[in-house]
Design a protein around this ligand. Structure first.
Ligand SMILES: *Cc1c(COP(=O)(O)O)cnc(C)c1O
Length: 450
C-alpha cells in the first residue's frame, strides 16, 4: 500500500492561501459549470478541489483549506487514506463490477459479516448493501413493512432521511428538500422530537418520548405501525442531541408494540459521535440500522443491517439493485473498518470533542448570538439566534461560514432554520490543524454584531 501512495507527494497538513478564495481557477470552473450542471445541484462552497488528505483540501488554485466538513461526515478516515487507495486500486484491477445479483463475490459477504460484528447487539444479523443513504432508508422501510405486514412509518420533526420520493416524505424540511416535488409517499406520520434548547425548560427525555408516543397513539395507532425511524443525533435538522431517556423511551414503546425500530445512522455511524454507532451511547439496540456516509472512506456504499428474522422476512429477489455493494466500494469499506479499529477512531472523535467543546463554550459566554454549543464526538454544532432570544439567525450562520471560507476553513451549516454551524472534521485530523481552524472560527464568531 505504501508503494501506491508513495507515487503522490503527501499533502502538507497546514492552511495556506495563495489567492483569494475562490481563486481564478475555481471561478473559471464555476463559469463552465453554469452552462453544464443543473442549477438545482448546488455547492455550499465555491472552491474546486484538486486533492484532499487528512484534514486538508487543496484547491485548483493551490490554496490549502482546513476541512471541517469531511464531505458531510463521509471521509472520517481521510479523503485519500493510503489503505483505502490501495484497496481500491487492487480491487479495480481484479474487477470493477459483476453485479452481486448476477455473479456474487467475497467482498460483499465480508462487508456484511463485518457489519454484523460492528453494529450494536449480539443477536443474529443480516445485511444488504446499496449505494446511498436514501436507498438504505427506503430498503429499511420495505423490510419493516414486509416483516410486520403493516403500513405506517413514524418519523420525527426536524428529521432528514434523503431526497428520493419516500425519503422526501420522511424528511421534515420543505425548502430546499420538498418544495414543489410532491405528491409524496403516503403513510408517513411525523412526531414531535426532543430538542432540549427549544423544548419547555426542564422537559426530560422520558417526557419528550411520552409526548411523541401520545401523538403516535392518537393519530395512527401502534398496531398500524411498521417502523419508527429515528436519527440518534439529528443531522441536517441541526445536530440536535435528544435529552437522555428519549431514545430508550421510544425503543421500549416500539418493542412493546412490535414496531421495528430503525436507527438512521447514515450520518452518526462509524465512530463519528465517539461510539462506533450513536445508538450505543444510551444502550439502545435498534432492530435495523441504516448506514452510508462514513462506511467506505468516500466510496459510495450504503447498508441495512439488522435482526436476521426481519431481514430474512423478505422473499428472494425482493431486495437488490444493479450497483448495490459494488466490489470497489466494498474493498474500500473493508480497508476503512480496519482503520476505525486499528486507530481507535471512536476515541479520536472523543478527543476532538474534548478539544473543541470547551473552547466554543468559553466563547459562547462572550458572543451573545451563540444560543448553544452541542453535539457528541466529532459531530458538533453551534446554534445561532438573535441575542437573548430563540429566534433563529440564519444570516449570522451564513456570515460565519463565509468568513471562515475566506480565511481557508471549510465549515458547513445545517438546521431547520439554516442557523446552525456544524463541525464534522475528519477523525484523523491533526490537532495543530484543528486548533488553527478553531482560531479562525472563534474570530468569525466574535465578529458577529452584538
Ligand atoms: C445524508 C443522510 C441521508 C441520505 O443519504 P444520501 O447518501 O445522501 O442518500 C439519510 N439519512 C441521514 C441521517 C443522513 O444524514
Amino acid at each position: 500500500m505504501t508503494t501506491f501512495s508513495a507515487t503522490v507527494p503527501p499533502l502538507e497538513q497546514s492552511r495556506e492561501l495563495r489567492t483569494a478564495v475562490p481563486g481564478p481557477q475555481s471561478l473559471a470552473l464555476a463559469a463552465r459549470r453554469t452552462s453544464a450542471v443543473a442549477g438545482g445541484v448546488s455547492s455550499s462552497s465555491p472552491v474546486y478541489v484538486a486533492r484532499a488528505s487528512g484534514g486538508v483540501i487543496e484547491d485548483v488554485d493551490g490554496n490549502r483549506l482546513i476541512d471541517l466538513g469531511s464531505g458531510i461526515a463521509v471521509t472520517s478516515v481521510g479523503a485519500s487514506a493510503p489503505e483505502v487507495v490501495a484497496a481500491v486500486a487492487r480491487q479495480s484491477a481484479d474487477f470493477t463490477h459483476t453485479c452481486f445479483m448476477v455473479s456474487p463475490y467475497e467482498e460483499y459477504v465480508a462487508v456484511c459479516e463485518e457489519l454484523g460484528r460492528l453494529t450494536p447487539g449480539s443477536h443474529a444479523k443480516r445485511s444488504m448493501l446499496v449505494s446511498s443513504g436514501a436507498e438504505a432508508v427506503e430498503n429499511a422501510v420495505k423490510i419493516a413493512r414486509r416483516a410486520t405486514g403493516r403500513d405506517a412509518v413514524l418519523v420525527l420533526d426536524h428529521a432528514y432521511h434523503g431526497r428520493t420520493n419516500l425519503t422526501m416524505a420522511m424528511t421534515a424540511r420543505a425548502m430546499p428538500y420538498k418544495t414543489g416535488f410532491g405528491p409524496f409517499a403516503g403513510e408517513v406520520y411525523r412526531l414531535p422530537t426532543s430538542y432540549p434548547l427549544r423544548d419547555p425548560a426542564g422537559m426530560t427525555g422520558e417526557e419528550a418520548a411520552a409526548r411523541a408516543i401520545d401523538v403516535a397513539e392518537r393519530t395512527v395507532g401502534a398496531d398500524q405501525v411498521a417502523a419508527l425511524v429515528v436519527e440518534p443525533v439529528q443531522g441536517e435538522g441541526g445536530f440536535v442531541v435528544p435529552a437522555p431517556g428519549f431514545l430508550p423511551g421510544l425503543a421500549r414503546w416500539a418493542r412493546a408494540h412490535g414496531i421495528v425500530l430503525v436507527a438512521d445512522e447514515v450520518q452518526t455511524g462509524f465512530a463519528r459521535t465517539g461510539d462506533m454507532f450513536a445508538s450505543e451511547h444510551e444502550g439502545v439496540v435498534p432492530d435495523l440500522l441504516t448506514l452510508a456516509k462514513g462506511i467506505a472512506g468516500g466510496l459510495p456504499l450504503g447498508a441495512v443491517t439488522g435482526r436476521a428474522e426481519l431481514m430474512d422476512a423478505v422473499h428472494p429477489g425482493g431486495l437488490g439493485g444493479t450497483f448495490g455493494g459494488n466490489p470497489v466500494a466494498c474493498a474500500a469499506a473493508l480497508a476503512s473498518f480496519e482503520i476505525y479499529r486499528r486507530d481507535d477512531l471512536p476515541a479520536a472523535a472523543r478527543a476532538i470533542e474534548a478539544t473543541v467543546v470547551p473552547r466554543l463554550r468559553a466563547l459562547a459566554a462572550e458572543v451573545p448570538a451563540v444560543a448553544e454549543v452541542r453535539g457528541r464526538g466529532a459531530m458538533l454544532a453551534v446554534e445561532l439566534t438573535r441575542p437573548g432570544t430563540l429566534e433563529p439567525d440564519r444570516a449570522a450562520a451564513a456570515q460565519v461560514a463565509a468568513a471562515c471560507l475566506s480565511s481557508g476553513v471549510l465549515v458547513l451549516t445545517c438546521g431547520t432554520w439554516g442557523n446552525v454551524l456544524r463541525l464534522l472534521p475528519p477523525l484523523v485530523i491533526d490537532h495543530a490543524l484543528l486548533d488553527d481552524a478553531l482560531g479562525v472560527l472563534e474570530d468569525a464568531l466574535r465578529a458577529l454584531p452584538r
